[in-house]
Design a binder for this molecule. Structure first.
Ligand SMILES: [Zn+2]
Length: 342
């Protein structure tokens, strides 16, 4: 073994050791509280959830300096998305968002693994400031954002096992903007009055979930990032569709005003508004010092090489765990060094 390969193995061993310690120190998924405002707001997340202060954090702003065309990216294929109305989804207010559990018969293909659907949920702003998307394009916020969460069912038995693994999750993100009334979104939105308060649930008849996606599915941004809520595991392969879907002003208002983060008997009800995480520019830029370290790829028809489109961010499994660790225990500079060494 050469000196160089020995040092690489040593560095990797030490980093994996620290990563294991870090994972074991993670706060439990339930039991620790977090929020979007107040003392438990996003600035405080890293105290209880160290990955939230780490690398590969989402959401991000897609801007032309970090985007790169990738002709290898294919449009996704949606399997079992057309769920019959005889099946039912459970819609729940979990105190952070409104979430709908999906059928395990739903999956997506044309990613490195097959990913099975788990749930969808939304992020939004408030009625005075309808800028509630998490991802932004050239600095522009959209009104809201839908996330459809899938887990790697080729490698892991369920989402709990997958969610802290580098290749564990794939999330589809649909940006929402104001347009005509959207009857497909209404199949969820019409039930909001039954999930006004935390822990309330209601059954929603099955429908074709693909109706929630934008018309153009062939153009999207692709990158490796994280959960946008604690524990912020850097385990998500993101597909953010370039074109937004549209819902009406009234539908957006219903989303922004219908629900509370608190239970029905709470003496201090807290409106469920502004439940989006801000873009993770600083940590992102830190790693972007070396452009090749974080590049997002695009695949669009009529690509001219300058405008944003369908983007893909590549990194190896090694640099993933390495960089995650580095920002947890050392500094981003050391992290960048280790990645470059590898
Ligand atoms: Zn989300």
């Amino acid at each position: 073994m050469s000196a160089k390969s020995f040092s690489t193995v040593t560095v990797a061993t030490v980093l994996i050791f620290f990563l294991k310690i870090q994972l074991s120190r993670q706060a439990p998924l339930n039991g620790s509280k977090w929020s979007y405002i107040g003392p438990d707001g996003e600035k405080a997340w890293p105290k209880k959830y160290p990955f939230c202060g780490g690398v590969f954090q989402s959401p991000i702003n897609f801007h032309k300096d970090i985007l790169q065309y990738d002709s290898n990216l294919l449009p996704l294929e949606f399997i079992g998305y057309n769920v019959p109305s005889t099946d039912q989804f459970t819609l729940i207010n979990n105190g952070h968002s409104v979430k709908m559990f999906l059928s395990p018969a739903m999956s997506i293909r044309n990613l490195p693994f097959e990913y099975t659907a788990s749930q969808l949920h939304l992020h939004w702003g408030n009625q005075n400031h309808s800028k509630g998307s998490e991802h932004t394009i050239s600095g522009k916020h959209f009104a809201a954002e839908l996330h459809i969460v899938h887990y790697n069912s080729e490698k892991y038995p369920d989402i709990a096992a997958a969610m802290d693994k580098a290749d564990g999750l794939a999330v589809l993100a649909v940006l929402l903007e104001i347009g005509p009334f959207n009857p497909s979104y209404e199949k969820i939105f019409r039930h909001f009055q039954n999930v006004k308060y935390k822990d309330q649930k209601v059954l929603v008849p099955g429908f074709n979930i693909q109706e929630l996606l934008p018309d153009r599915l062939d153009e999207y941004y692709r990158y490796e990032g994280s959960l946008t809520t604690p524990p912020c595991y850097p385990s998500v392969l993101w597909t953010v569709f370039r074109y937004p879907a549209k819902i009406s002003q009234e539908q957006l208002l219903a989303l922004e005003t219908a629900m509370y983060c608190t239970e029905s008997d709470d003496p201090e009800p807290l409106e469920m508004v502004d439940n989006f995480r801000n873009v993770q520019e600083e940590l992102y830029e830190c790693f972007c010092a070396k452009k090749q370290c974080r590049v997002i790829c695009v695949n669009v028809k009529n690509w001219k090489g300058s405008s944003a489109a369908l983007y893909h961010y590549k990194n190896t499994a090694f640099s993933f765990s390495c960089t995650s660790l580095c920002c947890l225990f050392f500094s981003c500079c050391i992290c960048a060094w280790a990645t470059v060494q590898e």
